[in-house]
Design a protein around this ligand. Structure first.
Ligand SMILES: Cc1ncc(COP(=O)(O)O)c(C=O)c1O
Length: 387
């Protein structure tokens, strides 16, 4: 058996599209018209006004929090899960906000709204939630809470392209949302990420800080002219308006993205079929299966022990090893970020997070990709049921 985390995510047709570029005279290949076209197509697919293509999901996180700091220079607290990727936490820290860690709900692997409610105080600026592993972390109660408390919602959709809440794609509910196109995700651009928003001002801030902080990256001509007038001693091509980065992507990645987006919905459908083929046949009650599947866009099967039972969990891992199934322990980001060395010496609140810890110690995921063989799925379920 050979069951990797991901297989075949770059197709022959993606590569054929890329080859066409190499026949062009004098290709430039840095951010250009294809990047713009991919941003337009992505905005259409998601249903947002602005999309900004960057070189990774981590860069999307980084710019998102940097932009939030421009809007909220005083800083404050940002509610985050500990079951997420390191860049979600690092981006909060680097922008000078304080991460406030809150436990998750096992049914969605996302932030639990009651815990969020209990953590909101006068210093709370935003909730930065992660839609983990294809599950939507949203609920109507959570959206109401955010509205009532007048705080900002940011969505990390890096692992959940196409997941929905109330039939609307997640990534539409927050002020800003982030996506990743790393090889192992729902679709890939080799490396890549997208920042999405309906806010014109934020969109311009993102374009600016994506490209060194340069004023000329913005779209708002009136604003550009005003700032030029305010800075008569500067060369107008070189006005660095904000503390910027260079996290642009390029024409090759955009070309792959443009080709991949065509089959994204089809791939999502296939992955979800795999998911239900797996979980509908799983009868071993020692493995947790009570996930909230509404609006699912799965890309990995999460095999989590129902109980903190070390002996049983070791049997599961032994089976994966025996069958040559690649797995990652701890689910998203390897489990509880608060246990990671990079946070060790930081003086922040480090609450106990029992649900996150349960996934950290008794959870793992295996790959779910469109061409996963049905027989393999049935065989693995049969063996898991026998444990
Ligand atoms: C939830 C989440 N956020 C952010 C990222 C970072 O994305 P990238 O690998 O494209 O930097 C990842 C990566 O897998 C992720 O899972």
């Amino acid at each position: 058996m050979n069951w990797p985390l991901m297989h075949g995510n770059i197709s022959k047709s993606d590569l054929d599209e890329v080859k066409k570029i190499f026949d062009e005279d004098n290709p430039k290949l840095t951010q250009g018209p294809r990047v713009k076209q991919f941003e337009t197509e992505w905005s259409k697919w998601l249903g947002v006004k602005h999309s900004i293509f960057v070189n990774s999901g981590s860069s999307a996180n980084l710019l998102t929090l940097a932009a939030l700091k421009i809007l909220y220079p005083k800083g404050g607290e940002i509610i985050v899960p500990a079951l997420t990727w390191s860049s979600d936490v690092v981006s909060v820290l680097k922008a000078g906000f304080t991460p406030k860690f809150v436990d998750i709900d096992l049914t969605t692997l996302g932030l639990n709204e009651k815990n969020i409610f209990n953590s909101i105080n006068k210093n709370t600026v935003a909730v930065f939630l992660t839609h983990c592993q294809g599950y939507s972390a949203l609920s109507n109660e959570l959206l109401d809470l955010i509205k009532t408390k007048k705080i900002i919602l940011i969505e990390d959709v890096c692992e959940s392209h196409g997941a929905t809440h109330n039939n609307i794609k997640v990534g539409n509910f927050g002020l800003i949302s982030n996506f990743s196109f790393y090889y192992a995700h729902h679709m890939t651009t080799i490396e890549g990420g997208m920042i999405c928003t309906n806010d014109d001002e934020l969109s311009d801030i993102f374009r600016c800080i994506r490209g060194h902080g340069l004023l000329r990256e913005m779209a708002n001509i009136e604003k550009i002219e005003k700032i030029k007038k305010e800075n008569p001693l500067l060369n107008s091509d070189f006005i660095f308006l904000y503390e910027g980065f260079n996290v642009r992507n390029n024409e090759i990645s955009a070309t792959i993205g443009l080709n991949q987006i065509k089959s994204l919905n089809e791939k999502i459908k296939k992955r979800n079929e795999n998911y239900f083929r797996f979980f509908d046949n799983l009868t071993n009650k020692n493995i947790y299966s009570d996930f909230k599947n509404d609006g699912l866009s799965n890309y990995a099967f999460n095999i989590i022990s129902s109980y903190p039972d070390e002996t049983f969990y070791k049997k599961v891992l032994k089976l994966f090893n025996e069958l040559n199934i690649e797995y990652r322990r701890g689910s998203a980001g390897g489990g509880n970020q608060l246990r990671q060395p990079y946070l060790k010496n930081l003086k922040i609140d480090k609450p106990k997070l029992p649900v996150t810890d349960h996934v950290h110690f008794f959870g793992s995921y295996i790959g779910n990709f469109p061409e996963l063989n049905n027989e393999l799925i049935h065989y693995l379920v049969k063996r898991l049921n026998q444990l």
